[in-house]
Design a protein around this ligand. Structure first.
Ligand code: UD1
Ligand code: CA
Length: 461
């Protein structure tokens, strides 16, 4: 079996997107369009990739680190773009080479694999991935002869009335025999309405030379969809969002109203979990069974166990055990781990900290750079004072500690198991297990002082 490689066309700029970044980096469901294409190739088992870059090449390279990058300084057409990958292609003689557009995110691995199988079984020099559209306007039309054999592609600008009516279109994705592609590229000429080197002309050239060309109709017409401007990008996002939600509905996830529910397509969500409006699940998240997420909640690169309730809160780069309650209005920042049954209430920030089982941080509290044991109770307004303006320090709190309201724990500091911290204390020294720590000025009551002050001040007027 021949090996595989791929060339990804990614030289488009962001002009019509009115963006500083290259078009292929515009995101569909939080993932740059070029990443969708590269991920589909990876899933289809194509490992050797080359990206043809234009403006913003460094950014494209950073997004596609597995690709060898080549530059297309001037955009003279899709054929010209592939010509820039000549050295890469030379090194992949004897392979089958996929050519993909970096701005068509819905070309999936199954379609790529299916097309490759047809390409090989039909001994084709080039196999086009095609789609049948209600409205083919704008796309290259596929010419087939009476026997259904692919004869060529006519670009929109070069159509006549007869060819314009053809509904089978070119997706812009192909499998080529690399050796054929190298040969065909050297025969391209910009002899068309747009004066460009069309990659699509390789098809008619193949036929003219007696090389077979094949067409693989994709199961879904979505494989051709791309975005040229922000409105197009929104359409892609809406379509992708719908698809992902449908998948989760089928898996037993409950979505009461889908308004503002946006879920990255790699999310894993257990059955009986409810997603409420305004829930945004960014890439890299796992949510267990029977959770309630939302309303107005953002999860990113985080995992949640079963039975968690997350209300109007944000969680990033963190992990939660089972039956954790969070919110409303709280923020779990990177590097945090909330263990089973932990309860984090209103206006709480947790950062780079472990919170033990059944520990309660119910209100208005900051827990940063801390290791907190099990069954700890944080009083309202507790602050772990982790930063002295130069360095960050850790706070270590044992099991079964009770922290009174409005305590400051000045790190580095250790609170032993079973301690009680008196409300309003500013704790600067370690507290041994089972001790009471009280660190505040003693109260003084001056009898009648307030009444006399009122008198004094009112006589002045
Ligand atoms: C192309 C196909 C058309 C197909 C359509 C599918 C050609 C001549 N036509 O048309 O048959 O139906 O895609 O979307 O190939 N690019 C470069 N460098 C260039 C030109 C383009 O990298 O010099 C990249 C673009 O960034 C884009 C891709 O190639 O990712 C397709 O180019 P585009 O100009 O959008 O081609 P279409 O005219 O849409
Ligand atoms: Ca296009």
């Amino acid at each position: 079996m021949r090996g595989t490689c791929a060339v990804l066309l990614a030289a488009g700029d962001g002009k019509r997107m009115k963006s500083e970044k290259p078009k292929v980096l515009c995101e569909v469901l939080f993932r740059p369009m070029a990443r969708w294409a590269a991920d589909a190739l990876k899933a289809a088992g194509v490992a050797d990739l080359c990206a043809v870059c234009g403006a913003g090449a460094e950014l494209v390279q950073a997004t596609l680190p597995e690709c060898e990058a080549v530059m297309q300084a001037q955009r003279l057409g899709t054929g010209h773009a592939v010509m820039q990958a000549r050295a890469f292609l030379e090194r992949h003689r004897g392979c089958d080479c996929a050519v993909l557009c970096g701005d068509a995110p819905f070309l999936d691995a199954d379609t790529l694999s299916g097309a490759l199988a047809l390409h090989r079984s039909s001994h084709a020099a080039v196999t086009l991935i095609t789609a049948c559209l209600e409205d083919p306007t704008g796309y290259g039309r596929i010419l087939r002869d009476g026997a259904g054999q692919v004869m060529g592609i006519v670009e929109q600008a070069d159509t006549d009335a007869e060819t314009a009516a053809i509904r089978e279109v070119n997706s812009g994705a192909y499998w080529f025999r690399t050796d054929f592609l190298l040969e065909a590229l050297s025969h391209l000429a910009p002899a068309n309405a747009q004066g460009e080197y069309y990659l699509t002309d390789t098809v008619a050239w193949a036929v003219s030379q007696g090389f077979p060309a094949a067409g693989f109709p994709a199961a879904s017409p979505d494989v051709v969809l791309g975005a040229n401007d922000r409105a197009g990008l929104l359409r892609l996002n809406e379509l992708a969002r719908r698809r992902v939600l449908e998948k989760h509905l089928q898996n037993g996830v409950e979505i009461v109203v889908s308004d503002g529910v946006v879920v990255a397509d790699d999310a894993v969500i257990g059955a009986d979990t409810v997603l409420l409006p305004g829930t945004i699940i960014k890439p890299g998240c796992t949510v267990g069974r029977g959770c309630v997420i939302g309303p107005n909640t953002v999860l990113e690169q985080s995992s949640l166990g079963d039975g968690c309730v997350i209300n109007a809160s944000q969680i990033e780069f963190s992990s939660l055990g089972c039956r954790v309650k969070l919110g409303p209005f709280s923020h779990v920042r990177p590097g945090s781990c909330l263990k089973d049954g932990a309860k984090v209430g209103n206006f709480v920030e947790i950062k780079n900290s472990t919170v033990g089982e059944k520990t309660a941080v119910a209100h208005l509290t900051y827990v940063g750079d801390s290791d907190v044991g099990s069954r700890v109770n944080f009083g309202c307004g507790t602050v772990t004072v982790n930063y002295d303006g130069f360095h960050k320090y850790r706070t270590v709190i044992g099991d079964d500690v009770f922290i009174g309201c409005n305590a400051n724990l000045i790190a580095p500091v250790k609170i032993g198991d079973g301690c009680l911290i008196a409300a309003g204390s500013t704790i600067t020294d370690d507290v041994p297990a089972d001790a009471l720590a009280i660190a505040r000025a003693r109260q003084l009551n001056r009898p009648d002082w307030a009444r006399q002050r009122r008198l004094r001040l009112s006589q002045k007027d």
